[in-house]
Design a protein around this ligand. Structure first.
Ligand SMILES: Nc1nc2c(ncn2[C@@H]2O[C@H](COP(=O)(O)OP(=O)(O)OP(=O)(O)O)[C@@H](O)[C@H]2O)c(=O)[nH]1
Length: 437
């Protein structure tokens, strides 16, 4: 129990003398005491005051103690507030009924002050523990901001509210660019520091009532209630610039500073039809477009679905077509710190483990086995990067996103280019391996 905190206690009793006694005994102990002579009055006090604990008389005219208890425990906000029943009755059935209705404790009147005070302290201690656990369950352990569950919970409420009031709302998805390289070059601890600092920068750039959460490893989301498209774009652009300008100190001794950039996808709530799922999906698609257009930029959701697959297939990124089709041996060898023999072993493993992936993915898609599909595509994405098959990496990353979003139309479009690129990579590996013999 927080001994410095001044707790607010509401005493509800139709007997004025009991209320006076409670005010005196509890006031002496440092509690701020509010009083109500009926259930109706108590509800009014609860509307206006933040109350930490309620002492509730069992028998009162109007709303009875048990009815009141029922109302309190069904209330969306007050339900956690501890309630100690106070009653002249020591009838066992009454005590059991009160506890089963959700009372936290039961004290008979006339009460013994030091016993009542001890029971109040116990209830408040339990309340603190409950609040602490609730807060832990909602917080991302690394950055201290909301975790995915808490973000979704609050954002859903903000969306319902925006629908009721017909106010605009925007959702942004953020992903640090090339974050894997930060981990690879500076170590995982440095990566963690970047994530912490990045979360601080977001909190600094957005309003207190914007809902900010870490929704994945290096992915963050922001729900901006009551925000127009223009203002949401301005806020995201401000964040993008601020991140790009920042130098994050990741190692005290070596004076190592890391700069990162962020890609941001933004979607806008539109009247009655908006849902968190829909907005996150649109923001994710725009984020994908931001990544694909060169990263370090903000993209607003437009009808981009159809464009994406074509873009990827038509585009010839900076990946050079070298003598081993589909693989960039320099990148692959670089990934294993220049060890060419190890790289050759990895190529063999890739060949053995992934040459049938096209068929396996197609089978998972046609049997609608999303977990299997996700696993196959995700694994292929990771190993493509390891062997320097960067075009295959880009394509499987897009397919991976589509599978995660369960966007069937997109993964039907993306499957063919992935399969074709895999054939090319397998051919490239054959050439490379035979050249080494
Ligand atoms: N240090 C650290 N790294 C994490 C954490 N969660 C995820 N990651 C890393 O984040 C990286 C994400 O990499 P990718 O999804 O390949 O993407 P990227 O390198 O950021 O590249 P783009 O998103 O395409 O710009 C992986 O290396 C993960 O291991 C974390 O809590 N701490």
């Amino acid at each position: 129990m927080d001994t410095k905190k001044k707790y607010n206690i509401l005493a509800v009793d139709d007997a004025k003398d009991t209320l006076m006694l409670l005010e005196f005994d509890l006031g002496e102990e440092g509690y701020q005491v509010f009083t109500a002579e009926s259930g109706e009055q108590a509800l009014e006090v609860l509307e206006e005051q933040s109350i930490d604990l309620i002492l509730l008389d069992m028998y009162m005219p109007g709303i009875s103690g048990l009815e009141m208890l029922h109302k309190l425990k069904a209330h969306p906000i007050i339900f956690n507030t501890p309630v100690i029943m106070l009653s002249a009755s020591d009838d066992e059935d009454q005590i059991v009924a009160a506890l089963e209705f959700g009372a936290d404790d039961y004290v008979t009147k006339p009460y013994i002050p030091k016993v009542l005070l001890a029971r109040i302290r116990t209830s408040l201690r339990l309340l603190e523990k409950t609040l602490e656990l609730e807060s832990l369950a909602k917080t991302d352990f690394l950055t201290g901001i909301r975790n995915r569950g808490a973000f979704e919970d609050l954002a859903s409420k903000a969306i319902s509210q925006a629908k009721r009031s017909n106010h605009p709302l925007a959702v942004a998805m953020l992903d640090i660019d090339f974050f894997k390289a930060v981990n690879d070059n500076y170590g995982h601890d440095a990566g963690d520091k970047v994530l912490v600092e990045f979360a601080d920068i977001i909190c600094d750039c957005f309003r207190d009532n914007d809902i900010i959460g870490r929704v994945g490893g290096e992915e963050f989301a922001i729900c901006m209630a009551n925000t127009s498209a223009e203002n949401a774009l301005i806020a995201c652009e401000r964040l993008r610039e601020r991140v790009a300008r920042s130098e994050i100190q990741v190692d005290d001794s070596k004076d190592a500073k890391v700069s990162v950039t962020v890609s941001i996808g933004l979607s806008l709530g539109r009247g009655d039809e908006m849902s968190l799922e829909g907005l996150l999906k649109e923001a994710d698609l725009s984020l994908y477009q931001a990544k694909h257009s060169g990263r370090n930029q903000v993209k607003l959701y437009q009808e981009i679905n159809a464009v994406i697959a074509d873009d990827i297939v038509d585009e010839s990124p900076e990946i050079s077509e070298d003598e081993y089709p589909g693989i960039d041996a320099d990148i692959g060898i670089g990934n294993v710190l220049g060890d060419e023999d190890l790289f050759a072993e990895i190529l063999v493993m890739f060949y053995e483990d992934h040459s049938k992936d096209s068929e396996k993915i197609q089978q998972a898609i046609s049997s609608d086995d999303q977990p299997a599909c996700k696993h196959l595509v995700h694994t292929l994405k990771g190993v493509s990067c390891s062997v320097g098959a960067m075009q295959l990496f880009e394509l499987t990353k897009a397919l991976d996103d589509a599978v995660s979003l369960e966007d069937k139309a997109r993964y039907q479009q993306l499957y063919q280019p992935v399969a074709a690129e895999l054939v090319k990579v397998l051919g490239g590996i054959e050439v490379r391996l035979s050249a080494q013999l």
